[in-house]
Design a protein around this ligand. Structure first.
Ligand code: N01
Length: 540
């Protein structure tokens, strides 16, 4: 009897793009337009990336919808209207599906396919990728469009297997939804995600217990629905926005006030803080004065302003004390927008547990127990516990560059990139929104994505034009970028605090500010490299 070997499908393309979110869709569009045979692989069953996965109750953007979209096509801009100032998850997911159809991208997108490894073949000067579906892809170029917030942080607790209720991570929320009405629900995590969940489900559930480790400086959102006339008026602002947005600090519509805080009178300072606050946006954080995030004394004034606003919202003084951040300065952790979050704790069915004072001990068959012995009966436990940011998703893939070097190993020793676009030792591997760029943490995501994707597409076009086979940053250029990044990072208060921005939410992770602060300066640096025909990169 002969056994026939089963041949796994082999594909040969010019470029594999990993991820079908904002970045992957646009990268595919551009590379295909340049005549490349490119394919997107994504482990989700639909396009949308972040907006495919994060469908938890209350998920919506913290970036205004007019700047949270593609700007590269006047046709796309003209044909899409946003319904609210801040777009709910379903609408952004619909938008990305609409773009995929409009640009006829789907024939080059393979879903339900996880890339498990990518190995550089020095002789062929190509990458070989394996997937969990048993397929092999050979490609000259690989572009990671995995997104900086993709790999989950999902803590496990003693006794977890005995828990008879349901445990859900916000970034794996079931498509069919989860009925929470009448249930006793626990939420662990009070970052941007936990806040949106809590404020949304508080009126629906029977009992809601929020397990808080760190309180958050959240700003009340102002989120009007747009009338038809307002939608038309927003379209009129696009040409000016397009010119301005890449020249701002974080890719929003606001520019920093060029004055020094000390040169502004006390009255005007108060009026400015009230204006930023009333804007119902992240302007208070990233559209005010540079010193808010660099000068401890100025920051202290802003922090106290925000703390007073928070305290005033909560009836019970002890709950107010717990919900008011006191252990770190305003803006050094991600600032969320909220819509009734603090007020939720004035409801009789919402309870706050300070798990720094009384840590979680275990899950029991019926709920959660803390070290003091207190027990909280739960039907559902929601983990809003965040992500292994910047590096997590890409290092889940076994990536081996020249001489078999592992990206995971390299980054576990020292987190480094060459302007975020590439890593020395990994030819023809491009990264988007990656460590040491604004897109990893300090940017209105679609804006930095569009920048990175265009830079990569231009670079690949130039290589093809020269008939070159490979591009890779020199070790010297990478070293210079890391040094420059560290210098810029050290001027911010953010780099001195423990948060996912500095890798502190993952035990043992290399500590380095994950994002480069300054979209405008980053863009100039990338433009300069391109203008000098990719100086600092070896083309062969
Ligand atoms: O995650 P986070 P996120 N036991 O890491 C706690 C973007 N985003 O999903 O602070 C107990 O911020 C942790 O506590 P602590 C946005 O960029 C955007 O909320 O480490 N608690 C923290 O409270 C955002 O920054 C939008 O002490 C544990 C929380 O879980 C990023 O995604 C909406 C724990 C994690 O907060 C991540 O936000 C949502 C443990 N073992 C998200 N582990 C919008 O644009 C973690 N925690 C609206």
């Amino acid at each position: 009897m002969s056994v026939q070997a089963v041949q796994s499908p082999q594909h040969n393309v010019d470029a594999v793009i990993i991820g079908a979110g904002f970045a992957g869709l646009y990268q595919l569009y551009l590379l295909r337009k340049q005549g490349l045979n490119a394919q997107v692989l994504d482990f989700a069953s639909g396009v949308g990336g972040t907006w495919y996965w994060n469908r938890y109750p209350g998920a919506r953007t913290d970036s205004p919808s007019d700047v949270y979209q593609y700007f590269f096509s006047d046709e796309l801009l003209a044909e899409w209207d946003w319904s609210e100032r801040y777009t709910p998850q379903a609408e952004t997911e619909r938008y990305l599906n609409w773009v995929a159809d409009k640009l006829a991208l789907r024939p080059n997108i393979t879903l339900n396919t996880r890339v498990t490894s990518a190995h550089w073949d020095e002789a062929a000067r190509r990458w070989t990728l394996q997937t969990d579906t048993g397929e092999t892809w050979s490609a000259k170029f690989v572009v990671s469009c995995l997104g900086p917030l993709t790999a989950l942080v999902a803590p496990t607790f003693p006794g977890q297997d005995s828990f008879k209720g349901r445990i859900l991570h916000t970034a794996r929320w079931p498509k069919e939804g989860v009925p929470l009405e009448g249930k006793r629900v626990g939420v662990i995590g009070t970052g941007a995600t936990g806040i949106q969940v809590v404020q949304t489900i508080a009126p629906q559930v029977k009992e809601l217990t929020v397990f808080q480790r760190t309180a958050n400086y959240a700003i009340p959102i102002r989120n009007p629905r747009y009338s038809d006339a307002e939608k038309r008026a927003i379209h009129d602002t696009y040409p000016a926005l397009k010119k301005k947005i890449w020249n701002t600090f974080v890719g929003f519509q606001w520019e920093l006030d060029p004055r020094n805080w000390a040169d502004v009178s006390k009255e005007e300072r108060n009026a400015l803080l009230e204006t930023y606050w009333a804007d119902g946006s992240l302007r208070m954080w990233v559209g005010g004065f540079r010193e808010f995030l660099s000068d401890p004394a100025v920051n202290a004034e802003v922090s106290e302003f925000v703390r007073n606003k928070i305290r005033a919202r909560i009836h019970d003084p002890e709950t107010a004390r717990k919900l008011t951040p006191s252990t770190y300065p305003f803006g050094t952790h991600r600032v969320p927008l909220e819509n009734g979050y603090f007020d939720a704790f004035n409801r009789p069915n919402v309870h706050l547990v300070d798990i720094k004072a009384d840590p979680i001990q275990e899950l029991t068959p019926t709920g959660l127990k803390t070290q003091s012995g207190a027990e909280y009966p739960l039907d559902v436990l929601i983990l809003a516990t965040g992500f292994d940011a910047g590096t997590g998703a890409i290092t889940q893939i076994d990536i081996r560059g020249r001489g078999g070097r592992s990206l995971k190993e390299l980054w576990s020793r020292d987190l480094r990139t060459a302007m975020g676009m590439q890593v020395h030792g990994f030819p023809n591997l491009f990264l988007t929104s990656s460590p040491l760029t604004p897109g990893a943490a300090f940017c209105n995501a679609p804006i930095c994505i569009q920048h990175d994707v265009e830079w990569i597409a231009d670079c690949i076009a130039r290589l093809e034009q020269r008939g070159a086979k490979t591009i890779e940053p020199t070790a010297q250029f990478e070293e210079a970028w890391v040094k420059h990044h560290d210098e810029v990072a050290s001027t911010t208060l953010i780099s001195k605090e423990k948060s996912w921005y500095t890798g502190a939410n993952i035990e043992g992770k290399t500590s380095r500010l994950i994002g480069y602060p300054g979209v405008d300066e980053f863009r100039k640096a990338c433009d300069a490299v391109k203008a000098k025909d990719y100086e600092g990169f070896e083309i062969a």
